[in-house]
Design a protein. Structure first.
Length: 109
């Protein structure tokens, strides 16, 4: 019975990660893509770690899973923030306050 529950959790995790990958491909804005990467992928990994732990029933696996998820939760927003600041500083389209149709080549001097 436990294998079916774990299988369902892992299937849901795979579906969430697939939806995140489709979102990265479909969204046009850098900020929307970063949102998908940081939020939805974290949920997919959390479901994966929750699904794996009941199979092993070991404290060490639980401890490793908690460390992996903790690192992801703390470093993913930091990395997204650094990428957003870098994209804004070089003037990537869609990251400045000006409309996208306006020529911003004068601002790069």
């Amino acid at each position: 019975m436990m294998e079916y529950i774990v299988g369902a959790i892992l299937l849901i995790s795979a579906i969430v990660v697939f939806i995140a990958s489709v979102g990265i491909w479909r969204f046009k804005n850098l900020y929307a893509r970063m949102h998908v990467v940081t939020k939805v992928s974290s949920l997919g990994l959390l479901l994966l770690l929750i699904g794996v732990n009941p199979l092993f029933l070991d404290w060490f696996v639980l401890f490793e899973s908690a460390i992996v998820f903790g690192v992801l939760v703390f470093l993913s927003p930091v990395a997204a923030h650094v990428i957003a600041r870098a994209a804004r500083s070089i003037g990537t389209p869609g990251t400045t306050d000006e409309p996208e149709g306006k020529d911003t080549s004068d601002n790069l001097k």
